[in-house]
Design a protein around this ligand. Structure first.
Ligand SMILES: Nc1ncnc2c1ncn2[C@@H]1O[C@H](COP(=O)(O)OP(=O)(O)OP(=O)(O)O)[C@@H](O)[C@H]1O
Ligand SMILES: O=C(O)c1ccc[n+]([C@@H]2O[C@H](COP(=O)([O-])O)[C@@H](O)[C@H]2O)c1
Length: 202
């Protein structure tokens, strides 16, 4: 297990959290992170390299390997790549968010995800808690814009959607609040990289 330091944030800062398997990290992750910093007016983004997605049955590559590769892909002064979920012993996003909100009092966390994850959000543990306790920023992804907009989460929380042109308000909004931003898209995925044999999971 990698012994990483905890990321740092000051009260009042707005921190975007991009959770993922990062198996491996790729240009799509780096792209949405840069877009999120701009569009949601974030002070910083933390990449939460997951010990393992609770919905995926096949285990990812070892955490240390994914962390090292993610750090190579994402080098930006306002982005921290962290294995804090492994340090905290949390695996489900709602659990992670509860612990982070308790440990970083006064910090405003914004959950970030690609459109494919909004389409599946209703399958996550305590997903309504997430929507009602943390602002959520959704970034367009090729092929997933329509399914995301029609998803159970998008429909149930449609009254709380902030229009894309007001995306800078998201981090200041009281949840429930979410915003879909139609950013230029990068068609990369970890599964395509694995399928091409460019990343081994051992
Ligand atoms: N090209 C992309 N455009 C927009 N969002 C993306 C893109 N790639 C990944 N994301 C988002 O980044 C987060 C972490 O993604 P993840 O690590 O699962 O990569 P992935 O490419 O989606 O992996 P896989 O293909 O194995 O499902 C998710 O919220 C996902 O929606
Ligand atoms: O909490 C859950 O039930 C849950 C179910 C599926 C995915 N997630 C989280 O969503 C993020 C993206 O996962 P992944 O594997 O698609 O990269 C990552 O932080 C996962 O821990 C969380």
């Amino acid at each position: 297990m990698m012994n990483s330091a905890r990321p740092f944030a000051r009260p009042g800062q707005i921190i975007g959290l991009l959770g993922g398997s990062f198996d491996p990290a790729h240009a799509g992750h780096a792209h949405i992170t840069r877009e999120a910093l701009k569009r949601f007016d974030l002070d910083a983004v933390w990449w939460l390299v997951s010990p393992g997605n609770p919905l995926k049955t096949q285990g990812p590559a070892p955490l240390d390997k994914r962390m090292a590769q993610a750090r190579q892909v994402m080098q930006h002064p306002r982005v921290t790549v962290t294995d804090i979920e492994a340090q905290l012993g949390t695996r489900y996003t709602a659990q992670t968010l509860k612990v982070l909100q308790a440990q970083f009092r006064g910090v405003r966390f914004v959950w970030l995800m690609g459109a494919d994850n909004l389409a599946q959000l209703h399958m996550w543990q305590d997903w309504k808690w997430i929507m009602t306790h943390v602002p959520v920023g959704v970034l367009a992804r090729p092929g997933d814009r329509i399914s995301a907009r029609m998803s159970p989460a998008a429909r149930l929380f449609s009254p709380y959607r902030i229009a894309g042109r007001h995306s800078q308000m998201l981090g200041h909004a009281r949840p429930p609040a979410w915003c879909f931003v139609n950013v230029p898209m990068v068609a990369q995925s970890s599964s395509a990289i694995r399928a091409a044999g460019e990343w081994s999971v051992t």
